[in-house]
Design a protein around this ligand. Structure first.
Ligand SMILES: *Cc1c(COP(=O)(O)O)cnc(C)c1O
Length: 450
């Protein structure tokens, strides 16, 4: 019988995270204080993050121990399975071998609990009572709500208003796990009230919601902030994905020629790819590919420079590929890929040509999602479907060239909470958006000159 999935035992959950900062040829430039424009010190960040996470954020140690309490909760769904996509390969008639790591097995349905769990742990350890955070379509908010519940922390989530109204199911998940959810812009914070004064009908954006959550955390002593992507410590926590995948590929007797992940802020790509980039930096031949939406083409059309993480300019300035912090991307269905910037680590690695990037429109992305659902059976998250589009194109190229190739990708989540997107696809309502070059140019022109 051929092998379809490669599973590891609980004992094989990695006990250390891999920190790529130890091996990068060029490290990201230091984050700058939003006011003084001087490098931020640990004390500046201490108003909103616990010291353990701040130390991870700046660490250059290659391996960082995963606490026992975190491993204990990881074991609820980790190690996640690695699949060989036999049926998709057959449908494509490709000589390529396709493997995927499936992160949809977590309770929240995506890779995000890999970091919400340790973030809740370190905040609890630091004596915090509450976490304030933001969410777009609700993937991060639900992951944080789950983690808060498991460690006895209250969780307040500022949810982008358009999703709060249109996508109630993840809000219900958050409330089921005990979180308080506000539609953002809300009247709860100064940042929210300011936006509402200018535009009472504002539908919100991730950048606005971040401003609200950061303000909430900075103005309450017992409350910290948590971010679901972008930051170094988030990418660090996600490396359990790639570390497991490496073991599983070894069991399969294979090694990827190319590792592919969708890229919103960059955390799931970092998770699957960093352990393989460790090999690449050491001289091994392996490609890494980031896949993003053509309507929010951060890596492929953005600029590499200092920018804020949020609309109000409350967060430190970080060097990253960015479309400008007040760029408002079109309302595509892959909500998790609508962020204006990318992780400084992913950005630096892309700048140094260790990562390549590709952008796709949403109609071809959903065609790939359907092909995957009809062969491999899992209905993928619209975000993950971006990676699948690139995987299928790489596999078809291998067929055209008559070349053997091994492809590994991260199936970052399932799409069972995103069925409206599929309904819109079936009804022919999905549109490809023109690359909004004018909007991006305007937004980039407003960036601080550093
Ligand atoms: C949030 C999310 C993403 C995008 O975030 P990254 O930090 O780029 O990983 C991708 N896939 C799924 C399923 C998500 O929930």
């Amino acid at each position: 019988m051929r092998q379809t999935k490669i599973v590891l035992s609980d004992k094989e959950i990695p006990t250390k995270w891999y920190n790529i900062m130890a091996d990068m040829p060029n490290k990201p430039k230091p984050p700058l204080h939003p006011g003084t424009r001087q490098p931020v010190g640990p004390q500046d960040l201490a108003a909103i993050f616990p010291m353990d996470l701040i130390l991870q954020e700046v660490s250059t140690e290659r391996w960082i121990d995963i606490p026992e309490e975190v491993l204990d909760i990881y074991s609820l769904w980790r190690p996640s399975p690695l699949y060989r996509a036999h049926r998709l390969e057959a449908a494509l008639g490709t000589p390529a071998k396709i493997y995927y790591k499936y992160e949809g097995v977590s309770p929240a349905g995506s890779h995000k609990p890999n970091t919400s769990i340790p973030q809740a742990f370190y905040n609890k350890k630091a004596g915090m009572k509450r976490i304030a955070t933001e969410t777009g379509a609700g993937q991060w908010g639900s992951s944080m709500a789950l983690a808060g519940k498991l460690f006895g922390l209250d969780v307040t989530v500022y949810m982008v208003k358009v999703s709060y109204g249109q996508k109630p199911y993840r809000r219900i998940m958050m409330e089921t796990w005990g979180a308080t959810v506000h539609a953002s812009p809300s009247k709860v914070t100064n940042s929210g009230r300011k936006v509402l004064e200018l535009d009472p009908n504002s539908q919100g954006s991730l950048g606005i919601a971040i401003s609200e959550a950061v303000e909430d955390a900075a103005t309450h002593n017992d409350t910290n902030y948590a971010l679901g992507s972008v930051l170094n410590h988030v990418c660090l926590h996600q490396t359990v994905i790639g570390l497991e995948a490496k073991k599983q590929m070894e069991i399969a007797g294979d090694y990827p020629d190319v590792v592919i992940g969708c890229c919103g802020g960059g955390s799931n790509l970092a998770g699957i790819a960093f352990p393989f980039l460790h090999d690449k930096i050491g001289g091994k031949k392996v490609r890494v590919m980031a896949v993003e939406p053509a309507s929010c083409p951060t890596l492929t059309k953005g600029e590499f420079r200092y920018d804020f993480g949020d609309v109000a300019g409350l967060t430190p300035l970080m060097t990253m590929y960015t479309l400008g912090h007040d760029f408002m991307p079109p309302g595509i269905h892959a909500g998790g890929l609508r962020y204006h910037g990318d992780s400084p680590l992913i950005s630096q690695l892309y700048h140094d040509k260790l990562i390549e990037a590709r952008a796709y429109n949403q109609v071809p992305v959903f065609e790939a999602a359907l092909q995957f659902a009809n062969t491999e059976s899992i209905i993928p998250a619209p975000e993950s479907a971006h990676a699948i589009r690139a995987v299928i194109d790489e596999a078809l190229l291998a067929k055209e060239e008559g070349k053997q190739k091994t492809i590994l990708f991260n199936l970052s989540g399932h799409g069972y909470m995103d069925l409206q997107a599929y309904a819109d696809y079936h009804d022919g309502k999905l549109k490809d958006f023109e690359y909004p070059s004018e909007e991006i140019k305007k937004s980039l022109a407003k960036l601080p000159k550093i």
